[in-house]
Design a protein around this ligand. Sequence first.
Ligand code: COA
Length: 679
Amino acid sequence: MIEYYVADGLAVLRLNAPPVNALTFALLDALVADLRRAAADPSVERIAILGEVDFFSAGADVSLFRHLATAADAMRVCRAFEAAYRAIEDSPKPVVAVLAGQTLGGALELAMACRWRLAVRNARLAMPEVKLGLCPGAGGTQRLPRLVGVKAAIDLMLTGQAISAERAFELGLVDALIPNAEIETVLEAVAKLPNREKTRDRKEKLVDVTGHRVIFAEAAKLAAAGRREVVSPVEIVEAVRVGIEESFEAGLGREQEAFCRCAATSAARNKIYVFTACRETAKTPELTGVQALPVKTVGVLGLGTMGTGIAQAFVAAGIPVVAFDLDARAGEVAVGRIRASFDRRVSQGKIRPEQAMAAVARLTLAKEESALRDADLAIEAVFENLEAKRAALARLESLCRPNAVLATNTSTINLDALAAGMKQPDRLVGMHFFNPANTMPLVEIVRREDALPAAVATALRQAKTIGKTPVLVRNREGFVVNRVFIPYLKEAFLLLEDGADPAAVDRMGVEFGFPMGPLTLVDLAGIDILQHTDAILRSTFSYHGGPAVIVDRLVEAKMLGQKTGMGVYRYEAGDHKPRPNLEAMKIIAESRRPNASPPGDDEIGRRLVFRMVAEAFRTLHEHVVTRASDLDAAMVLGTGLADFRGGIVRHAQDVGLEHVRDVLADLAVRYGERFAVTQ
Ligand code: COA
């Protein structure tokens, strides 16, 4: 767990707990034992704590947070960490941390308790607790401001963003940059370190008392402006304030209280659940022992919006792409867009110019379709139409090697219908990317009953390779995200038919945790798209009921959303702001169901959310996903649903399954089978 040796008076403690040196109670115990051993060894003058070459540590083991049932459990975690870090800070032989690669959360708190910090240039330092809905619990809110100043400390803890070794050096979080973490380099650097007091006694960054008051007031205001469910930002600011205005010890006590309060919220539990759920999706017991096929080149057929984004995602991840579109102009536009997107990333400082050039150079825009023959994985991303996709797959089949994997990026079509015309249908898999494909983190990997396991494993591996989260789904209309989300969007229109105000419907979608309301979203995506996908779902799932009248009428009137300047709302050229649309309001008024009483906010929220809950449980019942948490991960990643909500199944569990059953039964009586309770 920890390697220990002594070199030239330096006791080296190297964390060795793969894969990420997550800090457990056992690791902390071992660390403290080794500190004592070093203290007792007369040949040791100083102590160094190191990690792996590209990984210092990912911080506290997240599973410690998953099992915090009571405030006492949370306090026990804080106290265990604090005791270990105090032992580091109070060590009679000063301790230096040598940081390389990821140094996150509890690991950075460990480093801050050391007397000095050396960092290799590849180090990435962050305090990501806020992303899990937590407050740092091992002294971070106290030691960080003493090292970098109050403002920078609050910024780091409220954003959770990682900073580079250089930035950490500029801020004073790191004392020196070193070329590598080899022992000779460390010995040389340690010899040059100045004498230094303990972090908790450092005061040089804390002199501007008036300035601090302003910073605290501003930060508290900013923190309070966030979602009321997520308390960690407010708690973090308050813990820092107490530590600066009162004392280190008082701040530490306030921090521990804050950690316990945060840990008790469902927002934190749900965020931690989503963190784990997103990593579980890649574990597919049904594919154990199946080898993914090697992929050197990816082919993309069709360079519309989706094909372009998919091609970009692969080249950005270092995989060569050969792309083709029957329309030569579309191909050129696609290349221009990819180039412009990389250029933007360069100007934002996210990548270096040479990385952008290398990525663009990996893309070959083919003049002939036959160039796709070299692809090990060929993805068709042509127009979402059965015949067009069948034709595209037939062409790929005739071109590509028999062992190449063929993927379709369909969002709605049943893969069996696509496979029907193929000679080797078992090599067809679905890779459903979400728009924009280069940035959206989710890919649904659709598995047909008779798909070759190696083909499915290859698609999964490739999605992981390009940094996406793959979710394996059964081949069933709508797969998982659209299956659950489209009914929610449709319910928004059914609510309008019952007299709900569009603004209230949108407000309740945002209240639940979506980045925008359902009507605004449909206006953005296109009302015709909702009409089309709903028709596909309805034809398979008769309990979805008939079409939404308002959707049909708006499409008839060519009010398709932002792309036509009018949808539920009206848009001015070059402006995405939704404004009232009197023409749409007229259609909505004419489509009102007779005798329906306008629903209030609670009823709107209930119908929107429980429509998803009902569909999610049907989806689980049909084994569309391997586990419920896959559905939740997919909804968070595919729709932008806030992770504090934990997803749809998780939300149902949070409000209580008996309550869910009662509400669904009531809604089913009033609105029909689409709300019916399933097994
Ligand atoms: N505790 C326990 N396990 C952790 C962990 C942690 N803090 N951080 C990562 N892991 C595990 C992951 O669950 C995954 O396990 P698996 O292989 O069994 O699925 C493995 O380490 C690799 O993580 P993954 O996220 O898939 O790799 P990555 O290279 O994309 O990202 C990190 C690595 C560390 C950047 C990312 O996992 C991360 O941000 N972790 C959270 C760190 C955090 O919030 N720490 C604060 C705690 S105080």
